[in-house]
Design a protein around this ligand. Structure first.
Ligand SMILES: NC(=O)c1ccc[n+]([C@@H]2O[C@H](COP(=O)([O-])OP(=O)(O)OC[C@H]3O[C@@H](n4cnc5c(N)ncnc54)[C@H](O)[C@@H]3O)[C@@H](O)[C@H]2O)c1
Length: 437
């Protein structure tokens, strides 16, 4: 079967290469020519573990190719996956212009039966709208079915998540389209992946409800952590004991500087906006967003506090710029607000990240902050060292060596990667998250 995947970002490229690995013939299409040129040269435009191997394998076996020509690849495909971005507008609603542009382009070239599958995260009702747009644009009367197939992969483990998902959600009103999409995912039946087959609206809702719930767990534990700090409790023991209750589960109960990334911030805002539009307010998720903003501010306050509110002229070493480890994605990363605020108050920043420095330079050009070669270079002369992202290589820094090169012995550990007692025993002032005990 021939399929097109539109959008070669984190979702589209992983899905395209993954579908090729399932045995399909896949053309990945993007409107950005430079991206396609890089991919044709075997260069992956972002960091994602295992993706290059997956792409290389399927390019060399002839099942995966890249193009900017949507019309040609749509004509030769039975199924077209839409995996373009759906960012937030200023009011929190979803900007669907990229999805709608793709639907229009499909409509203009469609001449026989197609199945259009939306992987992008889109509000309830969007898939029906996509079908309307295609039919409005089509010159002749054509037959098209739409399927909602939200994606749940996590950046940093996207390949594994796509190839071995917890579940596959497929929503459509068309039995024929459902059968075709189920057939595409047949290799996952063989590994006993649960499938949820439902209608369009339910599939669209599942994605937002899932992300809103995960974000809720994070904001919940962050507020608990703040209370732990006040009462002398240790949030790690609290979270561990909570997580051992099978009704709660251990995942997403790690306190930190507030969630970021390309999904949770925009998807929680969208969920609230969708609730408002349908007169079914999502008050819990509204609070989740507020708590998250407060947590980001609280992280900045912690850094200022260890500097005794004298930020001007101080050197702050920032370890970790990506919104989470194992990705170069910096969208809505907590590092951005932290660094922005410290620069405003006159601090000098020495930053290091194993993968995200080039991305970060688009926001903070070289010269506005110093981009270090490694963690120790970042710590050189620093008055405080702040761990913002829990990359593995930050977990075992040589603290004696840090002491030798830092100017002040202060560590703000926004991911709780260090044992406070060990760090304090070496003479550092240490602040983590929720470790009041
Ligand atoms: N990133 C994640 O972890 C993740 C996980 C699950 C779901 N999602 C959802 O998947 C969607 C894509 O996310 P992403 O992170 O891959 O986005 P991204 O920004 O990394 O990639 C989107 C790509 O689409 C391309 N594009 C935009 N308009 C186009 C057009 N008209 N024709 C061809 N290409 C076009 C862009 O050039 C870009 O390369 C979003 O709706 C997102 O919410 C993302």
């Amino acid at each position: 079967m021939h399929v097109t995947v539109v959008g070669t970002g984190y979702v589209g490229l992983v899905a395209g290469a993954g579908l090729a690995d399932f045995g399909l013939h896949v053309v990945c299409v993007d409107k950005i020519r430079e991206k396609i040129e890089l991919l044709e040269k075997g260069i992956i435009p972002f960091y994602e573990p295992g993706l290059k191997e997956l792409v290389d394998r399927n390019v060399s076996n002839g099942r995966l190719s890249f193009s900017t020509d949507l019309a040609t690849s749509v004509r030769s495909s039975l199924v077209i996956f839409i995996a373009v971005g759906t960012p937030s507008r200023d009011d929190g609603t979803v900007d669907l212009s990229a999805v709608e542009a793709v639907a229009r382009e499909i409509g203009q070239v469609i001449d026989d039966y197609k199945v259009v599958v939306t992987k992008s995260t889109v509000p309830v009702g969007t898939n029906r709208r996509i079908r309307e747009i295609i039919l409005e644009e089509a010159k002749n009367s054509v037959s098209v079915d739409v399927v909602s197939n939200p994606e749940f992969l996590r950046e940093g483990s996207a390949v594994e998540d796509f190839m071995r998902p917890n579940r596959v959600v497929i929503g459509s009103d068309s039995e024929k389209a459902l059968a075709i999409v189920k057939d595409i995912y047949r290799p996952l039946y063989l590994i006993e992946t649960p499938f949820v087959v439902t209608n369009l609206e339910t599939a669209e809702m599942i994605k937002y409800a899932s992300n809103a719930f995960l974000a809720t767990k994070i904001s919940f534990i962050n507020e608990v952590a703040n209370l732990c700090e006040a009462v002398g409790a240790d949030v790690h023991h609290v979270a561990k004991a909570m997580g051992l209750d099978k009704r709660i589960g251990p995942k997403f109960l790690h306190p930190g500087p507030g969630f970021g990334g390309s999904c949770f911030p925009k998807d929680t805002k969208a969920f609230v906006a969708i609730g408002r539009e349908h007169n079914a307010p999502q008050r819990i998720v509204e609070s989740v967003i507020q708590v998250n903003e407060a947590q980001k501010r609280r992280s900045i306050e912690k850094v200022k506090m260890v500097l005794e509110d004298e930020v001007q002229g101080k050197t702050v070493s920032v370890l970790g710029l990506s919104f989470k480890p194992n990705t170069s994605d910096i969208r809505e990363a907590p590092s951005i607000t932290l660094i922005g605020s410290l620069l405003e108050e006159g601090a000098k920043i020495r930053a290091f990240d194993p993968a995200a420095i080039e991305e970060f330079k688009n926001l903070f050009p070289e010269g506005t902050i110093y981009y270090a070669k490694d963690s120790y270079d970042a710590a050189e002369g620093a008055d405080v060292l702040v761990v913002v992202t829990e990359w593995n290589e930050f977990r075992n820094l040589d603290l004696e060596r840090l002491k030798g090169i830092m100017n002040g012995y202060r560590i703000v550990d926004l991911r709780n990667v260090y044992d406070p007692h060990k760090v304090q025993a070496l003479g550092f002032q240490y602040i983590g998250v929720g470790r009041g005990a």
